[in-house]
Write a protein that binds this ligand. Structure first.
Ligand code: AKG
Length: 290
């Protein structure tokens, strides 16, 4: 069988596309990410994002739930004190920005709806590939928090065709500065857990996990160090993670998720829903705005 990206994704659960962006293109995105980080929200609007023990906390947050159609800022757990004051170098205080960069920011929009993305979607066999969300991930030196092992389908549940993540390294991602780690082939093991809207409509918990996160043996993970400009395609069911960045180098990345809209069910229980201001736009028919 020819080693097409479709076959690789089916076999391994991920695909490494080297030189997806040039160094200059990465620099343009890096500048955009750094520019955004220079305009931090005021003290009372600061929300932490951590995948470790903040899971429940941020799910209650309106700010998180309403970020589907906004450019919202999420801080590192260790960057804020209890009053919301920044206790690290402010240029390193962000965990990520999301989840509508692809709709609202001209530079991120241009790269998300690019010819290269369309080509990959065609090669993967998508019929109506739509962008559901986008994030700029900072993974800043010293403070960049751990991302616990997870499958993206836990958060963006679609059936029968899983979502695909495009994860683009804007800087070299190494073991030292916390590259992605994957469990190769784990996408063949079903959906391990789901984050769903809470049935308790009167309570203040909006989202709940249906089960605890499974324990994945450390030895099953494979590191994916990649050069600046590489795109890693991530199957929605493949287990992946990244460690706390304890190095003195940042590891910025831009990522977005594509879902198939034809003959595929996007769960109404997902935290992120399509809205008037957050349409899931078709990659093939959305023009690239330069
Ligand atoms: O960039 C990272 O460190 C992890 C990103 C990730 O796992 C995700 O977005 O699903």
């Amino acid at each position: 069988m020819p080693d097409t990206i479709r076959n690789q994704l089916e076999r391994d659960g991920y695909v490494i596309l080297e030189d997806f962006l040039s160094r200059a293109e990465c620099d343009e995105l890096l500048d955009a990410g750094r520019d955004l980080a220079r305009n931090l929200p005021s003290k009372h609007q600061r929300t932490i994002f951590t995948s470790v023990d903040g899971e429940k906390k941020q799910m209650k947050e309106d700010y998180f739930m309403k970020s589907n159609d906004k450019i919202s800022y999420f801080f590192e757990d260790s960057a804020l004190d209890a009053n919301g004051d920044i206790v690290v170098d402010p240029k390193f205080c962000l965990n990520k920005i999301g989840h509508a960069l692809h709709l609202l920011h001209p530079i991120f929009r241009c790269y998300t709806y690019s010819e290269r993305v369309k080509t990959v979607c065609r090669e993967l066999g998508f019929r109506v590939p739509c962008v559901a969300q986008s994030m700029y991930i900072y993974k800043n030196p010293g403070v960049g928090g751990e991302v616990i092992p997870h499958q993206d389908i836990t958060y963006l549940h679609t059936e029968p065709i899983p979502p695909i993540g495009f994860w683009i390294a804007l800087e070299d991602a190494t073991i030292q500065n916390s590259c992605l780690w994957v469990v190769r082939g784990s996408h063949k093991s079903g959906v391990h857990r789901r984050l769903v809207r809470s049935p308790d409509k009167d309570g203040n918990i909006i989202m709940v996990y249906d089960k605890p996160n499974p324990i994945y043996p450390e030895s099953s993970f494979l590191p994916l160090p990649v050069c600046k400009g590489t795109c890693i395609l991530i199957h929605g069911n493949v287990v992946h993670k990244s460690a706390h960045n304890r190095s003195d180098m940042s590891r910025h990345a831009y990522t977005f998720h594509i879902i198939e809209k034809q003959n595929n069910k996007y769960s109404p229980d997902n935290w992120l829903q399509e809205g008037e201001n957050a349409p899931f736009q078709n990659v093939y028919t959305t023009p690239q705005i330069v």
